[in-house]
Design a binder for this molecule. Structure first.
Ligand code: SAM
Length: 289
């Protein structure tokens, strides 16, 4: 049985390293939680796990027996440690890359050619760098067609925003942007004492499962509608859309749309659910622009 706290301290000492704040490095050292995360996704041997930011390999260690792993790590120093720690593993592909700059689906294609077989399902399991949680999630949800499930550690407060329902203070752009593409569930709450160095916040592991529930005619219109509606969330939604120049629509056009959907002129962005945003965006996409 591994003692990850001890291993982490030893690796940091041996490589004379300290965690880099600028890369969001907080190493997870609680073996109970590492094991729970590794068991959160249902995996088959022929699947592929993508791990973003493996760091010293603490989570990788728990995942390595499960199926093939594709690791993206930005910090060269970690690459040296990972190469040493997993030198005997045949089922790991390690890339020294910034996840935000790679085309994930192309990397999966390349890897399939290299190993000479197609993977079953593709899942992401990661303890994410918190400073870029949202762009990473949007990339995985919107850009990648191959990633089916995402099990990630995020700040607990971000997990609450993802899972929030209408009329809740946490409900906003992030909730709708994830909800239109996926179902989400909070799996584990993780105290800051589970990390080295300790972050200032409580964390949570969430499982995000992609599913097709909505047909969106023009994604740009939908995304713009949601962003502009919430841009001034304390104002009435119609005013927020007008002030922020939503598709350059004047008040009259906006009033017509609100009437058509039987929305009061005083409704606020946080009162509408994803379904309503999709319907309004689809109406605009097919009738107005
Ligand atoms: N997985 C390790 C663990 O659980 O102990 C480390 C997690 S740490 C919170 C985040 C990791 O993401 C660090 O190793 C950091 O270097 C890496 N990272 C930060 N930004 C990245 C990026 N843009 N692309 C890939 N990795 C990144």
């Amino acid at each position: 049985m591994i003692d990850t706290l001890k291993t982490t301290k030893e690796l940091l000492k041996r490589y004379n390293m300290i965690a880099k704040k600028s890369f969001g490095q907080n190493f997870l050292v609680d073996d109970g939680i590492l094991e729970s995360i590794s068991n959160t996704a249902v995996l088959n041997k022929e699947d592929l796990i993508i791990e973003i930011g493996p760091g010293l390999g603490n989570l990788t260690y728990y995942l390595k027996e499960k199926c093939y792993l594709l690791l993206f790590e930005i910090d060269k120093r970690m690459i040296e440690v990972l190469n040493y720690r997993f030198k005997d593993e045949k089922n790991i592909k390690l890339l020294n890359s910034d996840i935000l700059k790679v085309n994930i689906d192309e990397e999966i294609d390349k890897l399939e050619k290299e190993v000479g077989r197609k993977f079953g399902s593709v899942k992401v399991i990661a303890n994410l760098p918190y400073y870029i949680t949202s762009p990473i999630l949007f990339k995985l949800l919107q850009e990648s067609k191959k990633v089916e499930e995402i099990v990630v550690m995020v700040q607990n407060e971000v997990a609450d925003r993802i899972l929030a329902k209408p009329c809740n203070k946490d409900y906003g752009v992030l909730s709708i942007m994830v909800d239109y593409l996926a179902d989400s569930k909070k799996e584990i709450i993780v105290p800051s004492t589970s990390f080295i160095p300790m972050p200032n916040v409580t964390s949570a592991v969430i499982k995000i499962t992609k599913r097709k529930k909505y047909d969106i005619q023009d994604e740009k219109v939908f995304v713009e509608l949601v962003h502009k509606a919430f841009a001034n969330r304390r104002k009435k939604m119609i005013n927020s859309l007008e002030i922020n120049g939503f598709l350059n629509m004047d008040k009259e056009k906006l009033n017509n749309i609100f009437e058509r959907f039987e929305l009061s002129a005083s409704v606020r962005a946080e009162e509408l659910d994803t379904d309503k945003y999709v319907k309004i965006a689809n109406y605009i996409a097919s009738n107005i622009i």
